[in-house]
Every structure is written in structure tokens, then in C-alpha cells.
Design a protein around this ligand. Sequence first.
Ligand SMILES: [Zn+2]
Length: 117
Amino acid sequence: MPQCGGTKRDGSRCVAVVDTTSSYCYHHDPTLAEKRRRVAARGGKSAANQEIRTTKDQIRDIIAKVYRGQVDRNDATAIFAGYRVLLDYIRLERAVKVEDELAFELEEIKRERGISS
Ligand SMILES: [Zn+2]
């Protein structure tokens, strides 16, 4: 089986097995550098978390307006029902994203280990 052409941090050669489509494993493939950076930076899931923060601010704003009598209670009830639907979709979106990423990572691991799927 072909071996990854990459070098580990300690200077030794990477022992990952690679398939014929690449000379490098996921961790050493220069064409996947951007993907690796994105995955690493995803720690805070920045875009998704920004959406949550914005939505929370909007909800707080409506609550404050209801409190001050600037928004009708019935309108607020309808608006919050809309936010609940939105929340369900945000959850769904995140679940799909996590599933896709796990599937991708699993494929990478299989490729590294020389397991064909
Ligand atoms: Zn490697």
C-alpha cells in the first residue's frame, strides 16, 4: 500500500496509507489545507453562532416592546411562533451540517487506513 509523502511534526515520515488518488493523507495533503483550516476554525461555528446571537437580540427586543406596550400581545404571540419554527430549522440545519462533516471525516479516515467503502 502506498504511504503518505508527508512529514510529521517530529520530523519522521507520516505512516498513513494513501490510495491512488493522492500522495498524501488528509492531514498532509496541500490541496486540503484550506479545508483543514476551516474545520479547525469551526470551533466556534462562527456563522451559525452569529445567527443565534442576532435572533436572541431580536427576541429580547420584542419582549422589551411587549413589556412597554409597543407591540400587541397577540402580534407578539404570532411573532414568537415564527421564531419557534425558525429555531426548528436552525436545529435541522445544524444536524445536517454535523452529519455531512462526520461523513466526510469518516471517508478521510477510511481513505487513510486504506479501507474502501
Ligand atoms: Zn500524512
